[in-house]
Design a protein around this ligand. Structure first.
Ligand code: NAD
Length: 499
């Protein structure tokens, strides 16, 4: 969400009786000098729970200076000692697991189980980063010429920055932070101004792990902070996750100022179901793919492509399954789907449903009228399904980022793959089939770089690289896995001869 101007959820002054979040610079929590604030809302209740300052470029400068100052000593700290900080961090994240999951649910709205899953995925990144002594090894070759040896070392790149979206308040920051500091870099992190509480809590825990001041700094804010990060001469690398237009802009601006950049963008994910799918197993998984986290996942299914005879069954079974989901406050254990992030986003999703109707798609399930008892102010949208959707319709090609499924029937698997290829985004895709041949063809020819076979969400695994392709990813090295060790280090080659 752009946040330069005052907009919904943005306030001036200090009249609300909710905490104003501090920045963390040089090892101290400091009040921001911001004059504008973004309200942080519990989306299930529609209640303001905190205010995030929209900090200035000057505050980015202070954070970058603190990170720059901390860099030489942290770089020279043996990698095993850096890993020990992360082992302690992992212990504290486990001890505070439930609290973190609850914070995620409170500021984002997803169900507690979904929040737990996301915190678990984040902790796995810390675990993998603890392997930095092995994973940051270089390589060598003796006697490349008579009496001459050659070694390649990995060295940290300097001050790195990570900019996060709203939809995974704890997990996405952990795609970057543990790997960057394990490899000896220092950091400036910027949470989404809509969900800054989980990241604040994680930095408080990290503070207790013996991290020297300035190694990690947090600056709250929006567009001004992002642009200052992109331009800052002391920042060497930028990791960004968010929508495609902003990812593209960040990639251009930060590479223009000489940084290495990985920018993960938005998605429109296609899920193919073949007539030979194991329907009883597939339908719950497909339902979860489209409606999990209220559709606010960059890996969420968005367009269902039933092949041939699969159409009638897909339409009937998905409508039945989605219609049975209980919508409500994600903190309640019997709830299947929480609210969307904000009133503004709810309006946007409802607008897409209006457009789908106007463009002539058949509305099989209408989530517009959903009301939740005792949560009248929550930002709820019920599960929605359209059939007869084509790529020309807005709901067929734009990212809705809400609980709206579009069914686009196709004749063959090749047609399904062609529909996917025609879309500019290529983040994730799945196929449901009992044919190894169809699965293999699909995986080989899919444009998206995260592929699920009888899996609804090909989720990020900390020990593998993660990221899309085409307009869903700008850069070359993806996030976490071995790519993280490449992204956060530069390779120095030393050629030696001793006389
Ligand atoms: P967003 O692009 O609005 O915001 C992302 C970050 O950029 C935030 O920190 C925000 O403060 C900042 N920002 C917003 N507008 C900006 C601007 N004009 N200039 C500079 N910075 C700006 O995204 P969001 O709404 O927070 O998150 C949802 C989007 O993120 C969806 O498109 C989703 O698909 C995508 N996403 C992608 C992945 C992935 O792995 N590819 C993962 C999660 C989310």
């Amino acid at each position: 969400m752009a946040s330069t101007a005052l907009s919904e959820g943005t306030t001036r002054g200090t009249h609300h009786d909710v905490p104003v979040l501090p920045n963390f610079i040089g090892g101290r929590w400091v009040e921001s000098s911001a004059r504008e604030f973004q309200e942080v809302t519990n989306p299930a209740r529609g209640e303001v729970i905190a205010r995030a300052p929209l900090s200035s470029a000057a505050e980015v400068d202070q954070a970058a200076a603190a990170a720059r100052k901390a860099f030489p000593a942290w770089r020279d700290t043996p990698v095993v000692a850096r890993a020990q900080v992360l082992f302690r961090f992992k212990v504290l994240l486990e001890e505070h697991f439930e609290e973190l999951a609850r914070t995620v649910t409170t500021e984002h709205g997803k169900t507690l189980d979904e929040a737990r899953g996301s915190v678990r995925r984040g902790i796995e990144c810390v675990e993998v980063a603890c392997g930095a002594p092995s994973l940051s090894m270089g390589y060598s070759l003796e006697n490349i010429s008579s009496g001459v040896d050659c070694q390649a070392y990995r060295q940290p790149v300097g001050v790195c920055a990570a900019i996060a979206p709203f939809n995974f308040p704890a997990m996405v920051p952990l795609w970057f932070l543990p790997f960057a500091i394990a490899t000896g870099n220092t950091m400036v992190v910027k949470p989404s101004e809509q969900v800054p509480l989980s990241q604040k809590r994680m930095i408080e825990l990290l503070e207790q792990c013996g991290l020297p001041p300035g190694v990690v700094n947090l600056v709250n804010g929006g567009r001004e902070v992002v642009e200052a990060i992109c331009d800052h001469p002391e920042i060497s690398a930028v990791s960004f996750v968010g929508s495609t237009p902003v990812a593209r802009a960040v990639y251009r601006r930060a590479t223009h100022s000489g940084k290495r950049v990985q920018a993960l963008g938005g998605a429109k994910n296609f899920v193919v179901v073949m007539p030979d799918a194991d329907w009883d197993r597939a339908i719950p998984v497909i339902t979860e793919s489209f409606y999990g986290c209220a559709g606010e996942r960059c890996l969420a299914g968005s367009v269902l492509l039933p092949v041939g005879e699969a159409h009638a069954k897909a339409r009937e079974r998905l409508t039945e399954s989605a219609g049975a989901l209980k919508v409500g406050d994600g903190t309640q254990s019997d709830v299947d789907m929480g609210p969307v992030i904000s009133g503004r986003h709810r309006e946007k999703v409802l607008g897409y449903i209006e457009k789908g109707v106007a463009e002539g798609a058949e509305l099989l399930l209408d989530g517009r009228q959903v009301r939740v008892r005792d949560r009248e102010n929550g930002f709820f949208v019920g599960p929605t399904i359209f059939d007869g959707v084509t790529p020309e319709m807005a709901i067929g090609h734009e990212e809705i980022f809400g609980p709206v499924a579009s069914i686009h029937p196709v004749r063959t698997l090749e047609d399904a793959i062609a529909v996917m290829h025609a879309h500019p985004n290529a983040n994730a895709t799945s196929i449901f089939t009992s044919s190894g041949r169809s699965a293999r063809e699909f995986a080989r020819h899919a444009s998206a770089s995260m592929v699920g076979v009888n899996i609804g969400v090909a989720a990020p695994m900390a020990y593998f690289p993660f990221g899309g392709s085409k307009d869903s990813f700008f850069g070359d090295l993806k996030v976490h896995g071995r790519d993280a060790f490449d992204f956060y280090t530069d390779k120095k080659v030393v050629i030696s001869r001793w006389f």
